[in-house]
Design a protein around this ligand. Structure first.
Ligand code: SF4
Length: 157
Protein backbone atom coordinates (compact mmCIF):
# COMPACT_ATOMS: atom_id res chain seq x y z
CA UNK A 1 0.00 0.00 0.00
CA UNK A 2 1.42 3.42 -0.95
CA UNK A 3 1.15 6.61 1.05
CA UNK A 4 -2.04 7.95 -0.68
CA UNK A 5 -3.87 4.64 -0.20
CA UNK A 6 -2.69 4.40 3.39
CA UNK A 7 -3.89 7.93 4.11
CA UNK A 8 -7.26 7.20 2.54
CA UNK A 9 -7.58 4.00 4.55
CA UNK A 10 -6.79 5.78 7.82
CA UNK A 11 -9.26 8.57 7.00
CA UNK A 12 -11.99 6.08 6.07
CA UNK A 13 -11.57 4.55 9.51
CA UNK A 14 -12.04 7.92 11.19
CA UNK A 15 -8.38 8.63 11.96
CA UNK A 16 -6.83 12.03 11.40
CA UNK A 17 -3.27 12.37 10.17
CA UNK A 18 -1.37 15.65 10.24
CA UNK A 19 2.19 16.90 10.28
CA UNK A 20 3.40 18.02 13.69
CA UNK A 21 4.81 21.52 14.13
CA UNK A 22 8.37 21.42 12.88
CA UNK A 23 7.36 19.39 9.86
CA UNK A 24 9.30 16.20 10.50
CA UNK A 25 6.86 14.07 12.51
CA UNK A 26 3.29 12.84 12.09
CA UNK A 27 0.33 13.28 14.38
CA UNK A 28 -2.19 10.44 14.09
CA UNK A 29 -5.30 10.63 16.20
CA UNK A 30 -6.84 9.05 18.05
CA UNK A 31 -3.65 6.98 18.51
CA UNK A 32 -5.35 4.31 20.62
CA UNK A 33 -7.07 2.66 17.66
CA UNK A 34 -3.93 2.13 15.58
CA UNK A 35 -2.97 -1.48 15.02
CA UNK A 36 0.61 -2.74 14.95
CA UNK A 37 0.23 -3.15 11.19
CA UNK A 38 -0.89 0.49 10.92
CA UNK A 39 2.15 1.63 12.89
CA UNK A 40 4.45 -0.35 10.63
CA UNK A 41 2.82 1.09 7.51
CA UNK A 42 3.01 4.62 8.89
CA UNK A 43 6.68 4.17 9.81
CA UNK A 44 7.44 2.77 6.36
CA UNK A 45 5.70 5.63 4.55
CA UNK A 46 6.43 8.41 7.04
CA UNK A 47 8.42 10.62 4.65
CA UNK A 48 5.88 10.15 1.83
CA UNK A 49 2.97 10.89 4.17
CA UNK A 50 4.61 14.08 5.38
CA UNK A 51 5.26 15.12 1.79
CA UNK A 52 1.67 14.32 0.82
CA UNK A 53 0.17 16.25 3.73
CA UNK A 54 2.16 19.31 2.74
CA UNK A 55 0.63 19.29 -0.73
CA UNK A 56 -1.86 21.88 -2.04
CA UNK A 57 -5.57 21.56 -1.08
CA UNK A 58 -6.59 19.79 -4.28
CA UNK A 59 -4.13 16.99 -3.56
CA UNK A 60 -5.25 16.70 0.06
CA UNK A 61 -8.86 16.52 -1.14
CA UNK A 62 -8.00 13.31 -2.98
CA UNK A 63 -7.40 11.63 0.38
CA UNK A 64 -10.41 13.23 2.05
CA UNK A 65 -8.59 15.95 3.98
CA UNK A 66 -8.57 19.69 3.87
CA UNK A 67 -5.62 21.93 4.66
CA UNK A 68 -7.78 23.17 7.53
CA UNK A 69 -8.00 19.65 9.03
CA UNK A 70 -4.26 19.18 8.82
CA UNK A 71 -3.48 22.67 10.07
CA UNK A 72 -5.87 22.64 13.01
CA UNK A 73 -4.72 19.29 14.33
CA UNK A 74 -1.19 20.53 14.20
CA UNK A 75 -2.15 23.83 15.88
CA UNK A 76 -3.99 22.06 18.71
CA UNK A 77 -1.11 19.69 19.25
CA UNK A 78 1.26 22.65 19.54
CA UNK A 79 -1.13 24.45 21.90
CA UNK A 80 -1.27 21.47 24.25
CA UNK A 81 2.52 21.10 24.17
CA UNK A 82 2.93 24.79 25.04
CA UNK A 83 0.73 24.21 28.08
CA UNK A 84 3.10 21.54 29.29
CA UNK A 85 1.26 18.38 28.21
CA UNK A 86 3.31 15.44 27.01
CA UNK A 87 3.16 14.13 23.47
CA UNK A 88 0.56 11.43 24.11
CA UNK A 89 -1.76 13.75 26.02
CA UNK A 90 -1.28 16.47 23.41
CA UNK A 91 -2.36 14.05 20.68
CA UNK A 92 -5.52 13.16 22.60
CA UNK A 93 -6.28 16.81 23.27
CA UNK A 94 -5.78 17.72 19.61
CA UNK A 95 -8.11 14.90 18.55
CA UNK A 96 -10.76 16.02 21.05
CA UNK A 97 -10.63 19.62 19.89
CA UNK A 98 -10.81 18.63 16.23
CA UNK A 99 -13.83 16.44 16.98
CA UNK A 100 -15.36 19.39 18.84
CA UNK A 101 -14.89 21.53 15.74
CA UNK A 102 -16.42 18.92 13.47
CA UNK A 103 -19.49 18.44 15.65
CA UNK A 104 -19.97 22.16 16.24
CA UNK A 105 -20.10 21.66 20.01
CA UNK A 106 -20.18 25.04 21.78
CA UNK A 107 -17.59 24.08 24.39
CA UNK A 108 -13.94 24.98 24.84
CA UNK A 109 -10.92 24.05 26.90
CA UNK A 110 -9.24 26.43 29.32
CA UNK A 111 -6.02 26.06 27.32
CA UNK A 112 -7.87 27.94 24.56
CA UNK A 113 -8.85 30.74 26.94
CA UNK A 114 -6.97 33.99 27.30
CA UNK A 115 -8.01 34.17 30.95
CA UNK A 116 -5.91 31.14 31.85
CA UNK A 117 -2.82 32.28 33.77
CA UNK A 118 -0.48 29.34 34.08
CA UNK A 119 -2.64 26.82 35.92
CA UNK A 120 -4.99 29.40 37.41
CA UNK A 121 -8.09 31.11 36.08
CA UNK A 122 -7.65 34.86 35.71
CA UNK A 123 -11.39 35.48 35.87
CA UNK A 124 -11.53 33.80 39.27
CA UNK A 125 -8.45 35.68 40.43
CA UNK A 126 -10.20 38.94 39.49
CA UNK A 127 -13.23 37.94 41.57
CA UNK A 128 -15.51 37.51 38.56
CA UNK A 129 -16.43 33.96 39.51
CA UNK A 130 -18.43 34.15 42.69
CA UNK A 131 -18.61 30.38 43.01
CA UNK A 132 -14.84 29.83 42.81
CA UNK A 133 -11.92 30.82 45.00
CA UNK A 134 -9.45 33.36 43.66
CA UNK A 135 -6.86 30.59 43.42
CA UNK A 136 -9.13 28.43 41.27
CA UNK A 137 -7.18 25.98 39.09
CA UNK A 138 -9.53 24.65 36.42
CA UNK A 139 -9.01 21.35 34.60
CA UNK A 140 -7.19 22.85 31.66
CA UNK A 141 -7.92 20.24 28.99
CA UNK A 142 -11.57 19.43 29.57
CA UNK A 143 -14.32 20.73 27.31
CA UNK A 144 -16.48 23.15 29.31
CA UNK A 145 -19.01 25.93 28.83
CA UNK A 146 -17.71 28.93 30.75
CA UNK A 147 -19.36 32.34 30.59
CA UNK A 148 -15.97 33.98 31.17
CA UNK A 149 -14.24 32.15 28.32
CA UNK A 150 -12.23 34.47 26.08
CA UNK A 151 -10.86 32.83 22.96
CA UNK A 152 -7.19 32.87 22.18
CA UNK A 153 -7.36 30.61 19.13
CA UNK A 154 -9.10 30.92 15.81
CA UNK A 155 -11.03 27.71 16.44
CA UNK A 156 -12.55 28.15 19.84
CA UNK A 157 -16.30 28.86 19.91
S1 SF4 B 1 -12.45 31.95 32.34
FE1 SF4 B 1 -13.39 29.89 32.23
S2 SF4 B 1 -12.58 28.97 30.36
FE2 SF4 B 1 -11.24 30.70 30.93
S3 SF4 B 1 -9.59 29.83 32.18
FE3 SF4 B 1 -11.21 30.51 33.56
S4 SF4 B 1 -12.48 28.68 33.90
FE4 SF4 B 1 -11.24 28.31 32.05
Amino acid sequence: MGAPALLQDLRRRGLSVAVKPGGDRLLVSPPGVLTDADRTQIRTHRAELIGLLQQPPEVLALVGMTTDDAGRLSDYFGLALRHGFGTDDAEQIAAQLRLRDRTGLDMAMCIECRRLEGRRCGAARAGQMTSASRQFEPIRAELVRCTHFTATTRSAP
